[in-house]
Design a protein around this ligand. Structure first.
Ligand code: SF4
Ligand code: SF4
Length: 325
C-alpha cells in the first residue's frame, strides 16, 4: 500500500510541477508465448529480446529515474528462463513489480514469483467461453495460478477483455472474483492485437458492448467491490470505439519498453527513431517522447493513469482502495 501511495503522489507531483517522470513502466520482456489466443497476434512474429545483463542495466536506469512500478508483460514472460532473476533484481531495487501471465508455465516455476508484488491473470468467462478464445486448459491454469500466488503471498488481479463471445459473462467473472476474493479489470478488445482476417470473429458489437459496460457502471455505483476499474474510467470505456480526446500519460508519467528495447507511448504506438534502451539509454529515450493528445486510449490501466494525471481524486482513491497497481 505504501508503494502505491508513493506512486500516486509521484504522478500527482509530476503533473503538478509539469515534470516528466517514468513513474510506471510497462515492459514486454518477450513476444514469445506458449498460447495462441484467437484475438492476439503478438506471438506470430517475435522480435529479438534483451539479454539478462541488458535487462539488469535497464533496471538500474529505471531505479535511477525513480520508477515506482514495473508491469512485466509479453508475450508470456515465463518463457524467459531468467524471469525469476529479473523479478528479484527489480525487487532488490525497491521497485513494485507486477506481472501479466497466462499461468500455463507457472506451476513448474512457482518459486519464481516469491518476490513479486502482484500477478495478473486473464480470464474471460466460464471455462468453455474462456478456452474457446484462449485455448484448452487456459481456464484451469488460471484457477491453479491463483492458488499458487496465494501460497506465495502474491496479490492477485484478474483482467477480462471484452470480446464478442463474453459480453454476457460479467456476472460469472464477478462471482468468480467473490469466491477467490480478487478484483477484475474490464476493458475492450483492442484492434491492434488482431489479424485483420479474423478481427470480425472477436471484436464486440458496439451495442452489446455498451450494454455490458453500462451494467458494470450500475454495479460499481451500487458498491460492487470486485470491479477494479474506477467509475470515471468505466464512463470513458463506455464511449469505445468513438474518438475521445485525452492527454496521453505516455512519455509523461508512463512508457512502454518492448522486447527489443524500443521505448514508446504504449503498445499501440511506435516510439521516435532512436528511442531504444540499448542504443541510447532509457533517460534519452524517454526524453524523446513528447506530450500529446490522443483519441483512442482503451487500455484500462492507462485510462486510470490519465484520470489520475488530471487530478481525479476519486480515481486515486479507487486505485488505493482496490489495489489497482
Ligand atoms: S493474449 Fe497473452 S496469452 Fe494469449 S497469445 Fe497473446 S500474449 Fe499469449
Ligand atoms: S492509446 Fe494513446 S493516449 Fe493511450 S497511452 Fe497510447 S498513445 Fe497514449
Amino acid at each position: 500500500m505504501k508503494e502505491l501511495l508513493y506512486s500516486g503522489l509521484a504522478i500527482f507531483g509530476a503533473r503538478f510541477f509539469n515534470k516528466k517522470s517514468p513513474v510506471i513502466i510497462s515492459w514486454s520482456l518477450t513476444d514469445k508465448c506458449d498460447r495462441h489466443c484467437l484475438y492476439c497476434n503478438r506471438w506470430k512474429s517475435p522480435q529479438a529480446e534483451l539479454k539478462t545483463e541488458e535487462v539488469f542495466s535497464v533496471l538500474n536506469q529505471l531505479s535511477d529515474m525513480k520508477t515506482r512500478v514495473i508491469i512485466f508483460t509479453g508475450g508470456e514472460p515465463f518463457v524467459r528462463p531468467d524471469l525469476k532473476e529479473i523479478i528479484n533484481y527489480a525487487h532488490n531495487k525497491g521497485i513494485y513489480t507486477m506481472l501479466h501471465t497466462n499461468a500455463g508455465l507457472l506451476s513448474g516455476r512457482a518459486g519464481d514469483i516469491c518476490n513479486l508484488n502482484k500477478i495478473i491473470f486473464c480470464i474471460l468467462g466460464p471455462r468453455e467461453v474462456n478456452d474457446s478464445l484462449r485455448g484448452d486448459g487456459a481456464y484451469d491454469n488460471v484457477l491453479s495460478g491463483i492458488e499458487t500466488a496465494r501460497r506465495y503471498g502474491v496479490k492477485v488481479g484478474l483482467l477480462t477483455v471484452l470480446c464478442r463471445q463474453n459480453l454476457d459473462c460479467l456476472e460469472y467473472v464477478l462471482n468468480l472474483c467473490e469466491n477467490f476474493h480478487v478484483r477484475a479489470v474490464f476493458q475492450p478488445l483492442v484492434r491492434h492485437l488482431l489479424d485483420e482476417d479474423n478481427a470480425h470473429l472477436t471484436l464486440p458489437p458496439e451495442d452489446r458492448y455498451q450494454k455490458a459496460i453500462n451494467k458494470l457502471i450500475l454495479l460499481k455505483k451500487k458498491g460492487n467491490r470486485y470491479i477494479n476499474n474506477s467509475l470515471a474510467s468505466l464512463k470513458h470505456l463506455l464511449l469505445w470505439p468513438a474518438p475521445v480526446r485525452v492527454k496521453c500519460p505516455g512519455g509523461f508519467v508512463y512508457c512502454r519498453i518492448d522486447a527489443k528495447g524500443d521505448v514508446s507511448y504504449c503498445d499501440r504506438t511506435t516510439g521516435p527513431d532512436g528511442a531504444n534502451v540499448l542504443k541510447n539509454g532509457l533517460n534519452h529515450s524517454f526524453s524523446r517522447l513528447t506530450p500529446h493528445f490522443c483519441d483512442s486510449c482503451w487500455c484500462a490501466m492507462r485510462v486510470e493513469l490519465e484520470r489520475c494525471m488530471e487530478f481525479d481524486l476519486s480515481c486515486l482513491r479507487n486505485s488505493l482502495e482496490t489495489n489497482f497497481f
